[in-house]
Design a protein around this ligand. Structure first.
Ligand SMILES: [Zn+2]
Length: 213
């Protein structure tokens, strides 16, 4: 993977609300020209920049320097131990209807030329027949959302930790330099080329279950 491909994996190209999450962008971080990509949960800084990163005109970009934990990455995160922990998280079928998001209703609209007005009407969702749920045979397997994986006393959502682990795997980072900042709820991984961040959850309530790394 080249730098741009790596950065793209931290983006959310389908984000309709935040321009800065859809593609990598150039950024000045502590006086250096870097490139940044983020989906709001994962973030990557390419320390030597990226020529394909696109300047985002008129978009408010969060202060990146503020979200990077100051500690050095003195520990070593074993990729195998991350996958082993993820393997212990139970999976479940996500039966929520992907079309109506569980509402059971969908909204049809009709634009009337004569009165220049859009008319709306709610109907039972055609995909789930108004139930809001789909049969398990049609539902994708996801991590049980009651579970988190704890690294150094900081819980992380399995879904996002898996995304980060798959990126590390693609980069052959089987033993990545890391640190965890529990006050910032953040895992930081730093290599000669990249700083990668994963934002975790706040401390779980009593329903939640933790898998220790
Ligand atoms: Zn539906």
């Amino acid at each position: 993977m080249n730098t741009y491909e790596t950065l793209l994996r931290f983006c959310n190209i389908n984000d309709d609300f935040h321009e800065f999450t859809r593609r990598p962008f150039p950024y000045e971080l502590n006086g250096k020209n870097v490139a940044v990509a983020t989906d709001g949960r994962l973030l990557c800084v390419a320390k030597f920049g990226c020529t394909d990163a696109v300047q985002l005109a008129g978009t408010k970009i969060p202060n990146i320097a503020k979200v990077i934990p100051p500690e050095d990455c003195a520990g070593h995160l074993s990729l195998k131990s991350v996958y082993d922990a993820l393997d212990k998280v139970p999976m479940k079928h996500d039966t929520e209807c992907p079309e109506c998001g569980g509402d059971g209703k969908v909204r049809f609209e009709y634009y009337c030329e004569a009165d220049s007005t859009t008319h709306y009407h709610n109907f039972d969702c055609p995909y789930c027949a108004g139930i809001g749920f789909v049969d398990e045979s049609k539902a994708p397997l996801i991590y049980d959302t009651y579970y988190s994986v704890r690294i150094d006393n900081q819980p992380f959502f399995p879904k996002y930790l898996k995304r980060l682990a798959d990126i590390l795997s693609s980069l052959d980072l089987t033993d990545a330099p890391y640190c965890v900042n529990t006050a910032m709820h953040t895992l930081k991984i730093e290599t000669p080329e990249y700083i990668m961040l994963l934002s975790g959850c706040v401390e779980n309530d009593d329903k939640d279950k933790n898998i220790e790394l």
